[in-house]
Design a binder for this molecule. Structure first.
Ligand SMILES: [Zn+2]
Length: 284
């Protein structure tokens, strides 16, 4: 199966109250762990690729790996640019074979964000590529993106609804209290904002910063209208901890496969658990 747009599965997610996971790809082992978990669960999923990961892996390798996963698994998989910062980078990804892009104009004012997102939607739609927009500022650190928690502002529902109506995005990330990275305490999620926005628009709300959010909070978010959840940090932690353990267990190990195999297994377990929690098992 070729890579697909998020519209292959997000409408069904919204209608049937489950969420599709966006799991970020940072290298080959991440990509393999994610697709192996999804194959066992028969779940659709999204490979998220940040601009930093794109620089690290190279755009050709990124697309080739995702296409190989789609072909091997037969699953509906979207290859999605995460937090795209410009029209140019979104177009570069689409040209290279991405099936989905996020344009993150949240650091612009509302009017400019709408204007810029509209341009991306117009070009992407012509290519059958789905688009995620963002409104409000999600706190925390991801890649080169760093937002002070104090500067993180909740999305205003009426602005989010207007944003959707004017841009026609396929899903909408709104700041509702989650943050990128690991949480110090428990995140306070504003379910009322999710519900108000999700009830008023036909596309799902996206929850960024899904790592470390308690299971019950994830369930409540999905019930309120979240249909896409982003997970990256938990896989990074699982990967690094497994490698650290393997290296600490043996001072003489030199074969990367000896520590990358447990790392890949650890990530697979994380992804499988998330897919079950999100309710997307057997939805492929
Ligand atoms: Zn994010």
């Amino acid at each position: 199966m070729p890579l697909v747009s998020m519209n292959e599965f997000l409408p069904k997610a919204k209608a049937n109250k489950f969420a599709v996971g966006q799991f970020n790809m940072n290298n080959l082992e991440f990509a393999q762990a994610i697709v192996e978990a999804a194959m066992e669960e028969k779940s659709p999923f999204i490979y998220g690729v940040s601009e930093g990961a794109l620089k690290y892996m190279g755009i050709e390798f990124t697309v080739a790996i995702a296409e190989a996963a789609a072909k091997k698994s037969g699953l509906p998989i979207a290859l999605h640019l995460d937090h795209g910062s410009s029209f140019e980078v979104a177009m570069k990804c689409i040209r290279a074979g991405f099936s989905s892009v996020m344009f993150d104009g949240s650091h612009y004012g509302l009017e400019e964000n709408i204007e810029l997102t509209k341009q991306v939607v117009k070009a992407a739609r012509a290519m059958g590529v789905s688009v995620e927009g963002e409104l409000g500022t999600i706190g925390g650190v991801e890649d080169d993106l760093s937002v002070d928690e104090a500067d993180a502002t909740m999305a205003k529902p009426e602005e989010a609804i207007r944003f959707y109506e004017e841009t026609g995005v396929d899903c909408l990330a709104i700041a509702v209290g989650t943050a990128h990275g690991m949480y110090k305490g428990e995140p306070k999620i504003h379910y009322d904002i999710i519900q108000q926005v999700a009830d008023a628009i036909p596309v799902p709300v996206v929850l960024h910063g899904g790592s470390g959010v308690p299971d019950e909070a994830i369930r409540l978010s999905i019930a309120a209208g979240v249909g896409k959840i982003n997970v990256n940090t938990e896989n990074q932690v699982a990967c690094t901890e497994a490698i650290r353990q393997a290296l600490e267990a043996s001072a003489t190990v030199i074969d990367p496969r000896k520590y990358l195999t447990p790392a890949r297994n650890a990530m697979k377990a994380v992804v499988q658990e998330k897919i079950r929690l999100f309710g997307s098992s057997n939805q492929a």
